[in-house]
Design a protein around this ligand. Sequence first.
Ligand SMILES: *Cc1c(COP(=O)(O)O)cnc(C)c1O
Length: 444
Amino acid sequence: MLNQNLARRDLNVLWHPCTQMKDHESLPMIPIKKGEGVWLYDYEGKRYLDAISSWWVNLFGHANPKINAAIKAQLDQLEHVIFAGFSHEGAIVLAERLAKLTGLDRCFYADNGSSAVEVALKMSFQYWQNLGQIQKIKFLHLENSYHGETLGALSVGDLGLYKKTFSPLLPATLSLPLSLTAEAIDQFFSKHHHELSALIVEPMVQCVGQMNIYSADYLKLLYDACKRYNVHFIADEIAVGFGRTGKMFACEYAQIIPDFMCLSKGLTGGYLPLSCVLTRESIYSAFYDTFESGKGFLHSHSYCGNPLAIAAALATLDIFETENILEKNKLLSTHLANCLENLKNDPNIFNIRQLGLIAAFDMIDNQNRRGLKVYQYALQHEMLIRPIAHTIYFMPPYVISTDEITQMVNVAERAVLHASVIPSKHSNNVLLGKTAKTSSPFKI
Ligand SMILES: *Cc1c(COP(=O)(O)O)cnc(C)c1O
């Protein structure tokens, strides 16, 4: 009853993100009372394994004792301070540690992923203005990209679902296919580089773009083209950073150091909103001049450098350092690979792909909102998985056990079978076994 009462009050007053609220006429809202490790508990004691890390933010479980302690200690010291003219030790230490981890020099704090993308775009843009190269005003993104939902971030996204309604508001951008040859990439850059400020990419995995995994070779080709043609390279590691792909940062697969790196989501272990943009000293220098020069970067958010969020981020990095996380995750991703192997003969499952602890497969399509059926079936079996259209994916917290991984994949497979049973009125749509699905050459 407690669940229902809260759900009713919620639907009376709240407007939830990325949701057609009318769906909740049939879909129950689930109030969560507490979290512990990979598990979420509702008000009636029912539990859900958080197989998607609560929208890809959580790394070391809910209510992690070390991160909890770090935030509590910080809370009694300083909750927040203006970050212009004032500073604090945590902000300095985190910037030092992130610089060391990424090979970059300067850290600018913001408070969510989209705002970090805005910062990187504006910094790149203003860099060229400061240098007098005023024609370099356009941004290039990849086909199938996603970089957040504020207007600037939306402009470098390529997913109609998010973008279509707002397209009249967005600055024009250029889009680069995911399957060009080295020659074609070069041709594109030779034609457009004079007007290009930056290329923005999600390194290795386009997560919102249905977990599309592409090759390190392609990432390197794009990076090299940017270097050759004097175009900034922005790596949006908001989803893939902090070990998700098996490396600390996905750029490491191509052994590249971007001009700008955007971090958020796992940055605080999934605790508090924080993001940052890391960049090179040479870019910072182009802004460093007298006040009268007008070259300063005049961008701010009220909660820039929030000490509580930074305490969570420092505790998160401590866990990486002291608990050998990347090594341990290899065992988990091998186990995940073995579980996925068992799905290969399932006639309802296509395009199985994995990189580190990100894994996905496709259903034949999303007719009759099959994805929603998968979501509901999984919930009834203690599992939170949230398909993106006809893609089922896993992005679990790193504290998941191998048994829980087995359980996660099993429930997903049964959920797909359940969702693939076509109601008789649609019997002309009967699945005919594995049909050829379009698949990008870079999916593995
Ligand atoms: C989630 C995400 C963003 C946006 O971050 P928010 O904090 O949700 O604004 C940007 N880029 C990528 C790759 C993301 O996955």
